[in-house]
Write a protein that binds this ligand. Structure first.
Ligand code: NAD
Length: 366
């Protein structure tokens, strides 16, 4: 009986609410599929600050190190907003986790079911069948991490700030390898997004992606697009993409644009895969909903648990190699939502159910 060993870091506000439901769904499939769940919960974010004095307690890091994956909720909220920026839950928990585990590949499905096209700000005629694309963002390089990164006062009294955008060929190759695997699992089309008309890092990016795909994945159809055009094309006709891969800052911006055209944050999952392998020889990863802690609806039983449930499905797929079970969970969520059982964020004023009832419906569909 395979054992799934993972850390559960639910976080703050709606984090624990949606996590409870995702764990119920996992317990259900574990029973059906004869899997053993061996998960341990730990504090992170505001809960870490309140109970241990810091957003990423050492005991939480140790637990993650002993696990094969991390199922993450979300962190932060008004209670901790007055803390200095470097102590804020998101910055002091998520960024160090990404760094500690070298979580270099962020995978975000941009999925909108045909029945939910009203949730998108795009006109329905642009997305008659909904949206189904995949964003692969490099997560540990580029301008967010490059040095020097500083603000100085110049001899003439003016003030200057510098950020440095830097990429190594090896970093571009490893994210390209992730994108190749993802594209092979879909329509075998990959679009690489850069700004090679202006940036040195993008010139290296394009050259490296082109050479790597030619050598390792000649079966794929590779295209390139400048990031400013990509931002327009996402809004004009998102389904012209299938899988796109891009560097850290461009991916940060494009993945948020993708989230908004896909409607509710309550439906969007994400995976951040590490450079290291877990004890099963598969990628160690952190799996989390695309949205935040939604303090406006926390404690009311209104949050949509689907993003957390779909994040758990991604964990089964990437860190435990359980593709069929992951696909079953995804199909159950789709069946429930498209047949009309919906939380308020995707009900468009129609009748809606709460967090627990939504998960109950997914369990029933499974
Ligand atoms: P948010 O994503 O929490 O909420 C934006 C809107 O989306 C709200 O109206 C909220 O109700 C709705 N929403 C989000 N998730 C939902 C769900 N599952 N079901 C139904 N509706 C949902 O963004 P925000 O309000 O800007 O941020 C709130 C807090 O979350 C902040 O402290 C922010 O720093 C933090 N945050 C954390 C993460 C993370 O942990 N990865 C990501 C983003 C924001």
């Amino acid at each position: 009986m395979p054992t799934l060993k993972f850390a559960v870091l639910a976080g703050d506000y709606i984090g624990p609410e949606v996590m409870t439901e995702a764990l119920r769904v996992l317990e259900h499939v574990a029973k059906q599929e004869n899997l053993t769940l061996a998960y341990t919960k730990a504090d992170v974010g505001g809960a870490g600050i309140d109970n241990h004095g810091k957003a990423l307690p050492d005991s939480t890091v140790r637990l993650c190190e002993q696990s094969d994956a991390i199922l993450f909720g979300s962190v932060g909220g008004p209670k901790w907003e007055k803390l200095p920026p470097h102590e804020q839950p998101e910055r002091a928990a998520l960024l160090p986790l990404r760094k500690h585990f070298t979580l270099f590949a962020n995978i975000r499905p941009g999925l909108l079911y045909r029945e939910l096209t009203d949730a998108s700000p795009l006109k329905t005629e642009r997305i008659p069948d909904g949206i189904d694309i995949l964003c692969i963002r490099e997560l540990t390089g580029g301008v967010y991490f490059g040095k020097p990164k500083e603000t100085t006062t110049l001899p003439d009294g003016d003030i200057q700030a510098v950020d440095t955008m830097v990429y190594r060929k090896s970093e571009i190759e490893r994210i390209t390898a992730t994108a190749i695997t993802a594209a092979r699992g879909r329509k075998k089309r990959l679009c690489s997004i850069d700004k090679a008309n202006v940036l040195e890092t993008s010139v290296l990016w394009r050259k490296t992606v082109t050479a790597y795909v030619a050598q390792h994945a000649p079966d794929l159809e590779l295209s390139h697009m400048y990031v400013d055009n990509a931002a327009m094309q996402l809004a004009r006709n998102p389904n012209q993409f299938d899988v796109f891969v891009t560097e850290n800052m461009f991916g940060d911006i494009l993945s948020d644009e993708m989230a908004v055209i896909c409607g509710s944050l309550g439906m969007l999952s994400s995976a951040s895969l590490g450079a290291g392998k877990n004890s099963l020889g598969l990628p160690f990863g952190l799996y989390e909903p695309a949205g935040g802690t939604a303090p406006d609806i926390a404690g009311k039983g209104l949050a949509n648990p689907c993003a957390q449930i779909l994040s758990a499905a991604l964990m089964l797929r990437y860190s435990f190699g359980l593709e069929k079970i992951a696909a079953r969970i995804e199909a159950a969520v789709k069946q429930v939502v498209t047949s009309g059982t919906r939380t308020a964020d995707i009900a468009f004023g129609g009748s809606s159910v709460g967090t627990k009832a939504m998960a109950d419906a997914v369990i029933k569909a499974l």
